[in-house]
Design a protein around this ligand. Structure first.
Ligand SMILES: [Zn+2]
Length: 366
C-alpha cells in the first residue's frame, strides 16, 4: 500500500527515530540517501519510488496533471524555505489561494468550498507564516475552530463531529504551537494591541537604545523581522476577513522570506497552550501507544505514519509550556518520567530543531 510513498516512509521512520533522540548508523543512512537519489527525476522532482512521476514543486500540483491543493502549496513552500530558495515568483498568488480555503468555521480546507480539516489547516497556516502573509488569515476564527477540536477522549479530531485520531496530535497540536507565536497578530485582529505589554517590557527594559520609542515600537524592535513584516499589514487585513476576500492586502512583495522560519522559532512565545497538553499526552500514551509504535485509536493497528505524527504531537505537547525554543520544558509539563521527553521540533517544518538549525546554516551559506 505504500508503493507510491516510499520517500515518505523514509521520513516517517527516520523522523520518529530522531524524535526519540537516536539516529541511523552510517551504512543505513547512506543506503537511504542512495535510495532517495534513485527516486529523483531527471527534471528535478522526486517520485514516490524509483522511476515514478515526480510530484509537486514548480507547478504546485501534487504531480504533473494532478490536483492543486493546500498540501501541495505547503510542501513546495516549506521545502523551498528550508533550502533557502524561496523567492517572490514562487510565492506569487499562494496567499490568495490559501486565503480562499479558510472556511466559515475558521479552519482551512484542502480546496475552496470544501470542509475545514486539521491537516490542511496545519499546511495552510504554516505556509502563510513562511511567506509572511499569515496576518491575512482570520486568526481568531482559526483559533476558535482549533480549540474545539480536542475531544472528550482527550485526543484531537481532524474535522467537526469526527472521531479523534492520534495523528491529529500533530496536525492540530502543531497549529496550536504555531498560534502561540502569533500572539501579536491575534491580538491586533482582536483589537487588543497591548495585551502582552508586560511580557514585552521584560524584553525591552534593559535596552536603552529604544527609549524614544513607544511601547508598540519597542516591541517591534525587540522582536524579529518576521513580526515586523506581518504586523505592519494587519490593520488592512483585519477589514478583509468578513467576506474572505483577498483584495485588502496591498503590501509590497515580502522581503527576506528565507529567514522567516528561523526568525519565527527564535521569536518569543507569547501565549499559553491552546489545548490541554496533559490530556493529549494521556490520549497518546494510553490510547495511541501499542507495545511498539503508535496508532490512530484503540482497535486500529500501528503504522509508520501514525508513529511519526503521534510522536511529533507528543513533542509539541511536551514543549508547549516553554517560553523560548532553546529551553527545556519543566518536569511538570511531561506526563510520566522525564525520560519520556522527546526532541523538540520546529513546528513549521516538523523537523528536529537541531537538524533544522544545521540545515538553515548550511543552505544560508551555499
Ligand atoms: Zn490518523
Amino acid at each position: 500500500m505504500y508503493m507510491h510513498s516510499r520517500p515518505w516512509l523514509c521520513y516517517w521512520i527516520i523522523h520518529s527515530i530522531a524524535l526519540l533522540g537516536d539516529c541511523l548508523d552510517d551504512k543505513l543512512e547512506n543506503d537511504v540517501v542512495d535510495f532517495l537519489e534513485r527516486c529523483q527525476d531527471p527534471n528535478g522532482g522526486y517520485g514516490g519510488g524509483p522511476g515514478q512521476l515526480p510530484s509537486l514543486i514548480i507547478s504546485f500540483r501534487m504531480h504533473d496533471g494532478g490536483e492543486i491543493d493546500v498540501r501541495a502549496c505547503y510542501t513546495a513552500i516549506s521545502v523551498a524555505s528550508a533550502l533557502n530558495i524561496l523567492d517572490d515568483r514562487l510565492i506569487q498568488n499562494v496567499g490568495d489561494y490559501i486565503l480562499s480555503c479558510q472556511t466559515h468555521e475558521g479552519g482551512i480546507s484542502g480546496e475552496p468550498g470544501t470542509e475545514a480539516h486539521g491537516g490542511y489547516t496545519f499546511c495552510g497556516l504554516a505556509a502563510m507564516v513562511l511567506i509572511n502573509e499569515v496576518n491575512r488569515l482570520d486568526l481568531p476564527g482559526l483559533v476558535n475552530w482549533v480549540v474545539f477540536r480536542q475531544g472528550v477522549e482527550c485526543g484531537f479530531q481532524g474535522r467537526t463531529n469526527k472521531l479523534v485520531d492520534g495523528c491529529y496530535s500533530f496536525w492540530q497540536g502543531g497549529v496550536a504551537a504555531i498560534i502561540q507565536r502569533l500572539h501579536l497578530i491575534v491580538n491586533e485582529q482582536l483589537g487588543l494591541p497591548n495585551a502582552f505589554k508586560d511580557d514585552l517590557s521584560i524584553d525591552c527594559e534593559h535596552d536603552s537604545t529604544n527609549s524614544d520609542l513607544s511601547e508598540g515600537e519597542r516591541y517591534s524592535e525587540a522582536t524579529t523581522s518576521f513580526k515586523n513584516d506581518t504586523c505592519e499589514n494587519s490593520q488592512e487585513g483585519e477589514q478583509g476577513f468578513e467576506d474572505g476576500s483577498s483584495g485588502k492586502y496591498n503590501a509590497s512583495p515580502p522581503t527576506g522570506v528565507n529567514n522567516t522560519g528561523y526568525n519565527f522559532i527564535k521569536g518569543p512565545v507569547g501565549m499559553r497552550p491552546l489545548f490541554n497538553s496533559m490530556a493529549l499526552q494521556q490520549y497518546i500514551l494510553l490510547c495511541s501507544q501499542e507495545q511498539a509504535g503508535f496508532r490512530d485509536k484503540p482497535g486500529k493497528r500501528r503504522d509508520h505514519y501514525h508513529t511519526c505524527y503521534v510522536l511529533s504531537g507528543l513533542s509539541i505537547c511536551q514543549y508547549s509550556g516553554v517560553k523560548d525554543a532553546d529551553s527545556p520544558p519543566l518536569p511538570r509539563d511531561i506526563l510520566g518520567p522525564y525520560s519520556n521527553l522527546l526532541e523538540p521540533v520546529h513546528p513549521l517544518y516538523n523537523i528536529i530543531l537541531d537538524r533544522y538549525y544545521e540545515a538553515h546554516e548550511f543552505f544560508a551559506r551555499s
